[in-house]
Write a protein that binds this ligand. Structure first.
Ligand code: FAD
Length: 381
């Protein structure tokens, strides 16, 4: 069904990614997870394929891909059970592609596209999660630089990143606080930047969510990416709806992976003298899984194909896809464990990891409630 929506080019790209994921990534995922450390090999392989700079224009060393390509990449990676941050990497590149000046693009994008430098996106603070307008990080303008102070939490790839995209206020006490937020590119090796606590996570054991601390960091004026209150900010926030589509596609991939494992198991497992896939109760669960995955996939591709045509990400469609895909994948992965019986609850079968790994997707990139708010805002305005 999706094939009728995709161009020949999209399908060729999907075949390439699928072959790569099955051959180069799938055999190593369990080992990387067990090692519980940053999977250098994974990012190296992605870089060699040009996927780290998928959405970076070719003139800056990227692959010049589009949002449909990002969704394809995320779905195929999810399918083989990879939950390492990818959408955040692309969000960092996209911030610079979309809002950076020529000098900033030349300075950062080639290294980020080649995987030489990993980016981390720093927005969330201990007291400012969904309500980013209440953030307290502040960058004070002084002679030729900004003096940045603040503490960010839950930053994907924070520990290993060499480039931070940081949101901080440059103006206080505005009637609309979010209008005081600016965006900066900050180099990891700037004096005053440090990594604090790394969270112990329920899943995603070889990626990290880290605390990043900025103490009197002198950020040169030329590292200002978006001026507070400018049109650029609104444009950038809209760009981030693209990351919601990537997040949703990961969820579709994960659900598909869990479903395929459950299907295989149900055919093989014999109880009461026959394969459990012959029991109607089991067959209906498998059918429900297939319906929900297909519906989510259609929502994701509908969002990106419409957005691509329009030349900008459509916020409502992206939020609908994310909300549905986040909840769908949690349900499918839960059912996949159920269909495996007690074996599903052991670490011998991958479905327990799928279940743990997908749970975080409904928080990152705007929670399901925030997506609902976004959808309601669009339909009621
Ligand atoms: C896997 C993962 C990766 C992440 N990566 C990054 C990253 O790279 N960079 C970064 O900056 N952050 C990152 N985050 C943090 C993420 O952006 C925040 O968790 C998210 O914005 C929600 O903030 P919070 O956790 O403080 O929850 P809160 O905002 O405190 O929300 C708590 C609960 O209240 C609900 N809620 C809040 N406001 C409303 C409202 N107005 N209406 C209805 N319900 C509401 C929420 O939906 C949630 O259920 C990541 C988080 C996870 C789990």
């Amino acid at each position: 069904m999706i094939d009728s929506l995709l161009s020949e080019e999209n399908k060729m790209f999907r075949d390439t990614v699928r072959r790569f994921a099955e051959k180069e990534i799938a055999p190593h995922v369990m080992k990387w997870e067990e090692e519980r450390k940053y999977p250098e090999e994974y990012y190296r392989k992605l870089s060699e394929m040009g996927f780290m700079g998928l959405l970076v224009p070719e003139e800056y060393g990227g692959a010049g891909g589009c949002i449909i390509d990002l969704v394809i990449l995320c779905e195929e990676m999810g399918k083989v059970g990879v939950s390492f941050p990818l959408t955040h990497v692309s969000a960092c590149c996209r911030s610079i592609v979309s809002q950076g000046n020529e000098e900033q693009k030349r300075r950062y994008l080639p290294d980020m596209a080649s995987g030489e430098k990993i980016g981390a996106y720093c927005q969330t603070e201990p007291e400012a999660g969904s309500d980013s307008g209440s953030m307290s990080s502040f960058a004070e303008k002084k002679n030729g630089h900004y003096l940045l102070n603040g503490r960010k939490v839950f930053i994907s790839n924070g520990r290993i990143a060499s480039v931070f995209i940081v949101l901080a206020k440059t103006e206080r006490n505005l009637s609309k606080p979010s209008r005081g937020i600016a965006m900066f590119v900050v180099d990891r090796d700037s004096p005053g930047v440090s990594v604090g606590k790394t969270e112990e996570l329920m899943g995603r054991h070889c990626s990290s969510l880290d605390e990043i601390i900025f103490e009197d960091v002198k950020v040169p004026e030329e590292n200002l990416l978006i001026l507070a209150g400018s049109k650029g900010f609104k444009e950038m926030m809209n760009e981030f709806n693209g990351e919601r589509c990537g997040n949703s596609a990961f969820c579709v991939g994960f659900a598909q992976g869990a479903y395929e494992r459950a299907l295989r198991y149900c055919k093989e497992r014999i109880q009461f003298g026959k394969s459990i896939s012959e029991f109607q109760g089991i067959r209906w669960v498998l059918a429900e899984m297939a319906i929900k995955i297909q519906a989510a996939r259609l929502l994701v591709y509908d969002a990106v194909i419409k957005s691509e045509k329009k030349g900008k990400i459509i916020a409502k469609e992206a939020a609908i896809a994310k909300k549905f895909a986040n909840e769908m994948t949690t349900w499918v992965c839960d059912q996949a464990i159920q269909l495996h019986g007690a074996y599903g609850y052991t670490t011998d079968y991958e479905v327990e990891r799928y279940y743990r790994d997908v749970r975080g997707w409904s928080m990152g990139g705007g929670t399901t409630h925030i997506c609902l708010n976004r959808i309601a805002h669009q339909i009621l305005k």
